[in-house]
Design a protein around this ligand. Sequence first.
Ligand SMILES: [Cu+2]
Length: 316
Amino acid sequence: MKNYFLFLALILLTATCKPKDKQKEVIEPDPTTVVNPLKEGKVEIITKSMEFFSADTLYSGWNTLFYENQSQEVHFVLMDLYPDGKDISNTRNELLPPFDEGMKQIMQGNMDKAMEAFNEIPEWYFQVKFMGGTGLISPKHTAKSTIYLEPGLYTMECYVKMFNGEWHTSHGMLKQIIVKEEATEMEPPTASISVDISSTDGLVVHDSITSGKQTFQTNFIDQKIYEHFVGHDVNLVRYEDGADLDSLIQWMSWMNPKGLITPSPEGFTFLGGMNNLSAGEKGFFEADLSPGNYVLISEVPAANEKKLIYNFSITP
Ligand SMILES: [Cu+2]
C-alpha cells in the first residue's frame, strides 16, 4: 500500500511538472507584439560618405526621419513625390544632365551658359511635389524631422555640392523610395514652438524659444519656386560669437559658386529643420538647444532680402 501511494505521488508529480516544462519550451514571440519601427513611423537614415542607407519602402502618413550624418560633410534629406509615370531613371537621364551642366558652367563663371543648360530641365520636374525632409545637418549630428507622406513613388535626395562643385545627387545621394497605401500608427507630435513661413512675410516665430528639447512646428503658409528652382524651407543653425552671418547668407544659395558647397562656412553648425513643403502643409523638427546664438534660415538666394532669416539667442 505504501508503495502504491509513493507511485501515485510520483505520477502526480511528473504530471504536474511536465506540462510546465513543456510550456517553457513552446513560448514563441506573439506576432502582434513584434516591433516594426517602420509601421510606428520611425525611419532611420544614415549617411557614411555620399549615400542614403535606409529602408526603400515606407508606410504613408506621419513618419519621423532620424537622419544620422556620420560623414565629413553637411547634407540634408528632401523627399520628392514624382508625377505618375516618372521614376529615378527619368531623374538620371533627363534631370541630372541639365543640372550637372548648369553647375559646371556656374563653377566656371558662365552664368548665361548655366541658364541655357537649366532651360533643358524637363517640364515634369515642375510637377514634382516636395514633401519635406530634414534641414541641413552638420557632420556627426542627427536631424529629427516629422513629415506626412502620401503614397507614391519618391526620390530621396541631397543636392549639397562637393568641394569641386558637383552635386551630391550625382554622386550617390539619390534614392528611389516607394511609399505604400498602408499608413503608420503615428500621430503628429505636440509642438513647443510654432513658426510660419511664407514668401510675403518670411519667417515668423510665434513663441519665445528657450533652452532644452524643443519641437518646432513649421507652417508653410504659401510656397513658390524661387530663382534657384525650388521653394523655401527652414534650417536651424547655431553660430559662434563673431561668426560672419553674411557668409552664411551667401552660402545658403547653391547658385553662388561658393554656396551650398564643402567647406561649409566657419563658425556655423547645422542642426536640421524642415525641408520644402507645399502651401498649407506643416512639418515638425526637434532640437536640443543649449545657450548660444542661433538663426532660422531658408536655403534660398539672398534669404535676408526675403525676410527668410530669424536671429535669436538663448541665455544661460
Ligand atoms: Cu549631401
